[in-house]
Design a protein around this ligand. Structure first.
Ligand code: SF4
Length: 392
């Protein structure tokens, strides 16, 4: 395909309907979501079947796609219930199911289901022959293990002619393609059942045989992945889908990260300004294995997130010349305020805020709806945020 015609899909995480809708509005072509079962995530951030139905309908009305993760490894008893769940997903017209365990494929084939099958990164697919194996069985897409570089993933794409999806941005863990028992051993929480306690983020002291401390810090704490400066390489190797990590991340985070990648892809071959990417929640960045060998990817001194831009609220309507803001987090009217527009641009605003009686407000409290004025038209679902002093 002509490099200029080729455009990778932006695949965003969604932990709720609102996050999914926001991801679409800000430029995602597809979202991935966890259903109620076997998704490697327990509790919050999973959709019920009714919620899945709603987001799939919304996506299809807007020519977007929804993929559902069913990427646990199953026990024999799971296999009794799995066919029912897959049939239900099929009846919702889900676009794709992300799976790891070959038994899911066997059930899919036996039942004659028609969603696309995407092989999860949990399967640790690293080579052309394995990709051929799955292509011959009708799998539409593979998500290679994170140990592969863009070039190696591109070889699979070129040789096998199968869709290839790669993680491009977000938290990374140090396990081998998600296979890790740290959490199981330390706190009896099973990573492969969505219960990971993030033991790799804990502080560890390493002692020598005399009991003296050799090291004290976070030796397993991976920095976050980013491929924002490798867009040329994704185009060159025609990687079909660029996946953003973070089903539990905020609506604001998803909108901003999707906006960065949308801008980067739409501007290709021109570069975009990425100097404010690190203003969003991160544990410092690494390109991981994307460019080849991994280096400088552990953040030893701290496991805390850095964050300079803070989400404040959503613009939900316009009333005459005033805009309505649904406030999620409190702020002051004199704070350095910005608005992210759904066209991926951000603007700085200085405004007066009013309550519903027309009184001016200096302090804007959370969980209220307030009004503000702007000479620039601000579409619904624009997001207001505050930029702390970056020190840049
Ligand atoms: S403990 Fe860390 S490395 Fe292991 S699965 Fe959990 S997040 Fe990944």
């Amino acid at each position: 395909m002509d490099k200029k015609l080729f455009k990778p899909e932006i695949l965003a995480p969604a932990g709720t309907f609102e996050k999914g809708k926001t991801a679409f509005l800000y430029g995602a072509d597809a979202i991935y979501a966890a259903g109620p079962y076997w998704s490697l995530r327990q509790g919050a951030g999973n959709f019920s079947m009714n919620e899945l139905e709603t987001i799939i309908k919304y996506a299809h009305q807007n020519s977007k796609k929804v993929y559902v993760t069913v990427n646990s490894y199953f026990t024999s008893s799971d296999l009794k219930e799995l066919p029912i769940y897959l049939k239900d997903l099929n009846s919702l017209n889900v676009d794709g199911v992300i799976f790891s365990d070959p038994s899911l494929y066997l059930i899919y084939e036996k039942l004659g289901l028609n969603f696309d099958l995407h092989l999860s990164t949990q399967s640790s697919l690293l080579n052309i022959e394995a990709a051929k194996f799955w292509k011959d069985r009708g799998v539409t897409r593979v998500v290679p293990g994170r140990e592969l570089s863009i070039e190696e993933a591109g070889e699979i794409k070129k040789t096998v002619d199968i869709e290839v999806e790669m993680f491009i941005h977000g938290a990374m863990c140090v396990s081998y393609s998600g296979k890790c028992l740290l959490s199981n051993f330390m706190v009896n929480r099973d990573s492969n059942r969505g219960g990971c306690a993030q033991s790799c983020r804990w502080r560890y002291k390493v002692y020598d045989e005399n009991g003296d401390v050799l090291n004290d810090g976070y030796p397993l704490n991976s920095k976050d992945l980013t491929g924002i400066n490798l867009i040329d390489s994704y185009f060159e190797h025609q990687i079909d889908s660029l996946k953003i990590e973070g089903r539990m991340k905020s609506l604001f985070y998803i909108a901003r990260i999707v906006s960065f990648y949308k801008k980067a892809i739409d501007s290709f071959p021109n570069k975009i300004d990425t100097s404010t990417l690190h203003y969003l929640s991160n544990r410092e960045f690494t390109e991981g294995f994307l460019g080849g060998d991994i280096k400088d990817s552990i953040r030893f001194d701290s496991t805390k997130y850095n964050s300079i831009d803070l989400f404040l609220g959503v613009v939900i309507a316009k009333d005459n010349n005033r805009f309505l803001l649904s406030v999620k987090y409190g702020f002051n009217s004199f704070d350095p305020l910005y608005i992210l527009l759904p066209d991926s641009n951000e603007i700085k605003i200085e405004s007066i805020f009013f309550d519903s009686y027309g009184n001016t407000l200096t302090r804007i409290n959370p969980n209220h709806v307030v009004f503000f004025e702007s000479k620039i038209e601000i579409p619904h679902y624009s997001l207001m945020f505050l930029r702390k002093n970056s020190g840049d």
